[in-house]
Design a protein around this ligand. Structure first.
Ligand code: FES
Length: 383
């Protein structure tokens, strides 16, 4: 099996295709149930050119809408671009542009006095609803109907995971720009061969390469043991691994679930780390990182979380440099060039299969490759 053609990481025209064929009908992580604690609280979520708002209703349920007013298209809820937190009043969404107001079911319920229209069917101007799903305390939304319920997909891969509902945020979410196409960044999280080669020289690490052991459909499960004898070690990584080994009550390993197309969940003894890779401009993506953990303010747990977070930041910086280097290298290849995927690269093969199944092969066209030089791509790249 071969990887995706180089042009798929470089072609600006593919963004629209990917948005409609991959992102719109996929489950996207929005937040944790604790991010929506009371009626009227809301979370804004942006993905590519789309924006969603998910709010807690008075009855305690969740409703999701496209974050756009049906009058003239203003964005309804701004919220914090990094945390995603937003608020509405009394479960009502009032557009900041001309004041149209929608209830928690998305119905248009009022228009400011003085605005008159020849004909206005309020029912035809409700907010566009989204598909909202929950799995063990995690909230997901989809702009179009996904193939399966999110519970079904995640149960198949992570049915043994505990309920995560009691967890809370332990750090502020971060959104970090990355100079690599979103597919390349996703593949990097699934790539196991680079860990022993590239990482020791770049950074310390906490866990060994992922071992994929189960999963079907749109989610994969993997485990990783605590790393031993890691080169490039730091105080944080040594301390974290030692603390984990000292803990008798929990297994000293991490479990992972990768949810198609762009979400990596890591469940470690000190909490749940979430990495969501969002598409950006051509050759760019954004890494959305969140961490949640069960309430435990013991000194040992605080030290465990602190050292874990320090290493994740060091690792993130090293990954960003490596990814930028690969993205630049892809620009020097022929448009239809592909590299072989090793038989043991379960995650990479799984990802490439899904991309090829959902995206049409590139039409024969000229593409900007390598410093503005234009080469012809071929439609035969699709396996
Ligand atoms: S665009 Fe929202 S009220 Fe006009």
């Amino acid at each position: 099996m071969r990887g995706l053609p180089a042009s798929w990481y470089l072609d600006p025209d593919r963004a629209l295709l990917e948005d409609s064929a991959i992102f719109a009908p996929s489950w996207q992580f929005v937040g944790h149930v604790s991010d929506l604690p009371a009626p009227g609280t809301a979370v804004r979520f942006d993905c590519g050119g789309r924006s969603a708002v998910v709010l807690r209703t008075k009855a305690g349920g969740l409703q999701g809408f496209r974050n756009v007013c049906r009058h003239r298209g203003a964005r309804l809820v701004e919220g914090d671009a990094h945390t995603g937190l937003a608020f509405c009043i009394d479960g009502r969404l009032r557009c900041p542009y001309h004041g149209w107001t929608y209830d928690e079911a998305g119905a248009l319920v009022s228009i400011p006095a003085g605005q008159h229209f020849d004909e206005l069917d309020a029912d035809a101007h409700s907010l566009h609803p989204l598909h909202v799903g929950q799995w063990r305390g995690l909230v997901f939304a989809a702009f179009q109907a996904p193939r399966q319920a999110v519970e079904q997909v995640l149960d198949a891969a992570a049915g043994t995971w505990p309920d995560l509902t009691s967890m809370r945020r332990v750090i502020e979410p971060r959104a970090t720009p990355c100079a690599a196409d979103w597919k390349l960044t996703c593949e990097h999280t699934l790539d196991t061969a680079h860990v022993d080669v590239a990482r020791p020289a770049l950074k310390p690490r906490l866990f060994s390469p992922l071992v994929f052991d189960r999963g079907e459909g749109d989610a994969l499960h993997a485990t990783a043991a605590v790393a031993t004898g890691a080169l490039g070690d730091t105080w944080s990584s040594r301390m974290y691994r030692q603390l984990l080994r000292d803990r008798k009550s929990s297994p000293a390993c991490a479990e992972y679930v990768y949810l198609w197309p762009n979400l990596l969940l890591q469940l470690a003894p000190d909490g749940l780390s979430i990495l969501q890779i969002l598409p950006g401009a051509t050759g760019h993506s954004t890494l959305r990182e969140l961490r949640y953990a069960a309430p435990d303010v013991s000194r040992e747990m605080r030290l465990l979380r602190y050292t874990h977070q320090r290493v994740r930041r060091q690792a993130g910086a090293a990954d960003a440099r490596l990814l930028a280097r690969v993205q630049q290298g892809l620009g020097m290849l022929d448009a239809d060039a592909t590299g072989p995927l090793a038989t043991g690269e379960v995650g990479l093969r799984w990802f490439a299969e899904r991309c090829r199944a959902r995206l049409p092969a590139p039409a024969s066209s000229t593409l900007p490759i390598g410093g503005g030089k234009r080469r012809r791509s071929t439609p035969s790249a699709r396996a």
